[in-house]
Design a protein around this ligand. Structure first.
Ligand code: TRP
Length: 453
């Protein structure tokens, strides 16, 4: 089984291609849209610290494990779990892990696409000069009236889903590799530019200290859960996305080094986004806890007032849409690969079906911002519920199971062989983290939220 050398869907042309694709998957709305607003809602510094710890102690070891599972089986996450369970002579219930991931992918993409639609709409707004010289109140009402319109949101959500469908139907290594190659460096440079702009505001220090000054009194149990959930979300872990990308990874590549690089880049982009946004938040007299609209209510203020703002504004939102596209592809790829492998569908048919389902699910999120904004289940709108269910529950549960599977169920000589770490010590560190630290941390956070701790 180990010698199933290539996936039927193709293989990355090199280690670099995998890095690009996995970074493309990791860096997205999670870093630039979600990280700042949840940091704002959860009081800043202490939340950021917990998030960073979670990336290091839970995210990275699990990312190594998830990539490894995929590369070992060379199959979609559902079949990966079936094959590896057999190899380890383990219980058949492990099969559900693959399924749960595919479902989580649909749920996440359904709201992810709606927000990516906002970013697409903002490309046009930037282009037509809507931000020019605008003050924070005008920018805020621009956003409010935009999300109040179901028709506009449906339009942009549809555009984004159509683009995703188009790219996914073409397969992993045609357009995607090329797009990410220029996207990542440009996005990075643009984030630096925004940070530079933030530095020119009087609120720069206040913004930075909001992000890094530790005040644990502001952190609730749910905040800790959100920070942990976000570590999974931002690294694309716990649902099979990284597993499927791992399954296209050539055999001779070092998984651990690659993962460090990807996780490092991802974290850097998120921190830069925060450092750019909070000074503008304070400068504009906005609330850090303004919620999901935060970046759409702050960054246009910067673009509207800086020199060359028209150009940078258009460029920024274009890059954000591309970053979202390279992430959305990984959310749907496990489902598509499964349909191709098991249901005898062509890639095209599989993409159409899965994108259609996601598109329909997206209406729940669209209406959460307007006509159904008062419709709440467990005190949450459909959007909030989907986000909580996936990022805070499904992904950590998936990650927990991946850790247990890789650490306790798989045979040690298999994992050791597959990872081929540079030395025995690194392998032992990983093994310790994956067997004890990561699962225990996830478990403790859950206990904490339930209130047992
Ligand atoms: N990591 C992406 C982001 O930060 C979102 C994402 C892509 C994702 N694929 C995923 C989240 C798989 C969870 C699972 O925007």
């Amino acid at each position: 089984m180990t010698d199933l050398k290539k996936s039927i869907h193709g293989e990355w042309s090199s280690r670099f291609a995998f890095i690009l694709a996995a970074t493309g998957s990791a860096v997205g709305l999670g870093n630039i849209w979600k990280f700042p607003y949840i940091t704002g809602e959860n009081g800043g510094g202490a939340f950021v610290l917990v998030y960073l710890l979670c990336v290091l102690l839970i995210g990275i070891p699990i990312m190594i494990a998830e990539t490894m599972l995929g590369r070992r089986s060379r199959l979609n996450p559902i079949n990966t779990m079936i094959v590896l369970t057999e190899e380890a002579e383990a219980d058949k219930n492990w099969h559900y892990l693959g399924w749960r991931g595919v479902i989580a992918g649909f749920f996440i993409l359904s709201y992810y696409s709606v927000v990516a639609g906002w970013a697409s709409a903002y490309v046009l707004k930037a282009f037509t000069g809507s931000f020019f010289g605008a003050d924070p109140t005008a920018i805020k009402s621009l956003f409010d009236s935009f999300v109040a319109s179901p028709v506009q949101l449906i339009f942009w959500h549809s555009v984004f889903m159509a683009a995703t469908m188009w790219i996914v139907s073409r397969g992993v290594n045609s357009g995607l590799e090329q797009a990410v190659r220029f996207l990542m460096p440009s996005l990075f440079i643009l984030m630096m530019l925004l940070v530079a702009y933030a530095m020119t505001t009087d609120s720069y220090e206040r913004g930075v200290s909001f992000m890094f000054a530790l005040d644990f009194s502001k952190l609730t149990a749910n905040g800790v859960l959100t920070a942990m959930g976000h570590a999974f979300f931002t690294l694309s872990l716990g649902m099979g996305a990284i597993m499927i990308y791992g399954s296209y990874l050539p055999k001779n590549v070092s998984i651990s080094q690659t993962v460090f690089l990807i996780a490092g880049t991802d974290t850097a982009v998120a921190l830069l986004a925060g450092i750019a946004i909070f000074p503008i938040v304070f400068e504009s007299g906005l609330e850090p806890a303004a919620g999901p609209g935060l970046i759409f209510q702050t960054l246009p203020v910067a673009f509207g007032n800086m020199t060359g703002g028209w150009f940078f504004g258009v460029l920024f939102f274009v890059l954000l849409v591309f970053a979202a596209l390279s992430s959305s592809i990984s959310l749907i790829e496990p489902a598509v690969a499964w349909m191709v492998e098991n249901k005898d569908m062509s890639r095209k048919e599989a993409s159409i079906w899965s994108c259609l389902v996601t598109w329909l699910l997206g209406f729940g999120t669209i209406f959460s911002f307007n006509i159904w904004s008062d419709f709440k289940i467990f005190d949450r709108t459909i959007f909030q519920l989907l986000d909580y269910l996936t990022a805070n529950l499904m992904l950590p549960i998936g990650g927990f199971c991946i850790a247990v599977f890789a650490g306790w169920i798989m045979k040690q000589h298999h994992t050791e062989h597959e990872l081929a770490m540079p030395n025995a010590f690194s392998y032992q560190v990983w093994q310790f983290l994956i067997c004890y630290v990561s699962p225990a941390a996830v478990f403790l956070v859950f206990l904490h939220v339930v209130g047992v701790l």
